[in-house]
Design a protein around this ligand. Structure first.
Ligand code: 5GP
Ligand code: MN
Length: 335
């Protein structure tokens, strides 16, 4: 499916008119949210635009090597500066999220109250942001893929240097499981080809993302698989749960459980994996699935969340044991 090319041109018109541009993305940054934010940021800087990136919270360690990520202002670190950015910007990009509640609550209000033009670029279902230009397509593997299409369709592929291509490539590999998930298309690979032509060292990008484990991180993940993974007898579903105490035991740092839910899906025959993490007084849940089993509506209906068909998240305010019991009682709905 191709996106109406005029949407990219409309976005360019707004970029040309803007005096001060703000790039935002969702809370709990992942490779795609950081990658597409920084990729677009570097491109807009090349166009000599005044641009800043504001995220609700800090990126995990495995993404901080991305050049330009050090310029991201987080609400967690500097809420005054983020407020100032919202007030002075006349164009706001909403990247990799479909609804303002995916920001932290204070930033959600800043976005909702802002009179600036908004451009949404995203690949989640059900966009609900009031944007002047909405480039939203669930068939895209990642928002980074969409940013690359934007640059290419505007005739600016020649501007793509390693400062632009490395974050976009990082976003694409993290959201596609290194090009494994069903969302990958021949177009995804065409775009990767375009990025590789800028001369990036793709092995370095993979290594920076996947080979930077701390010993504690590896031990936590091993403990989770050895001691905390339960594969159900009657349904092809596996669960990992980690309590606050268990996380502290392994000196948990942000990003340490990233992708761990996929390990459950790697068990032969398993179709759905769920991980429950006790964090900040509630239980953060991640769902992954394959084939004809979808998790986003389930996450939305029962755990106040959402996401994609095969990758969704949610939360619970019950205890971890009660959340597991609730999940188990609802499993028949998933199959
Ligand atoms: P993760 O499990 O990696 O946190 O998130 C997987 C997918 O689900 C991502 O695409 C993310 O946008 C979405 N997601 C995660 N948490 C939430 C949530 O609380 N609400 C909604 N609507 N989507 C979420
Ligand atoms: Mn994404």
């Amino acid at each position: 499916m191709s996106i109406d090319i005029s949407l990219f041109e409309q976005a360019k018109e707004k970029i040309d008119q803007a005096k001060s541009i703000l790039i935002t993305s969702h809370k709990s940054p992942d490779g795609d949210s950081v990658g597409c934010s920084v990729g677009l940021y570097q491109y807009l800087k090349k166009l000599n635009k005044t641009v800043q990136i504001c995220h609700p919270d800090n990126a995990p360690h495995f993404l901080t090597w991305i050049k330009g990520s050090e310029d991201i202002i987080s609400f967690e670190n500097d809420s005054d500066k983020v407020r100032e950015c919202f007030f002075k910007s006349d164009l706001i990009f909403c990247l990799d999220y479909n609804a303002s509640y995916r920001l932290c609550s204070d930033m959600e209000k800043l976005l909702d109250d802002s009179n600036a033009n908004k451009i949404l670029i995203d690949h989640h279902p059900n966009p609900s942001i009031n944007a002047v230009v909405s480039i939203s397509d669930v068939s895209r593997s990642s928002t980074s893929e969409l940013i690359c299409e934007l640059i290419d369709s505007l005739g600016d592929a020649a501007l793509i240097d390693h400062l632009i291509s490395e974050p976009l490539y990082a976003g694409m590999i993290t959201d596609t499981g290194s090009f494994r998930y069903p969302s990958v298309s021949s177009r995804t690979h065409d775009i990767v080809s375009l990025l590789l032509k800028s001369g990036i060292d793709h092995s370095m990008v993979h290594s920076n993302i996947y080979d930077t484990n701390s010993i504690d991180r590896l031990k936590l993940r091993s403990f989770a698989v050895c001691n905390k993974m339960e594969i159900l007898d009657h349904y092809p579903l596996g669960i990992i749960s980690l309590t606050k105490e268990e996380l502290e035991r392994y000196n948990f740092q942000k990003g340490d459980t990233e992708g761990l839910v996929n390990v459950i899906l790697s068990v032969e025959g398993v179709k759905i994996g769920v991980i429950l993490i006790e964090k900040g007084g509630c239980i953060k849940m991640s769902f992954r699935s394959k084939e004809q089993y979808y998790v986003n509506e389930f996450a939305n209906k029962y755990f106040n969340g959402g996401g994609h068909k095969y990758a969704a998240g949610g939360m619970s305010e019950l205890s971890i044991d009660d959340t597991i019991n609730k999940l188990k009682s609802l499993i028949p709905e998933l199959f």
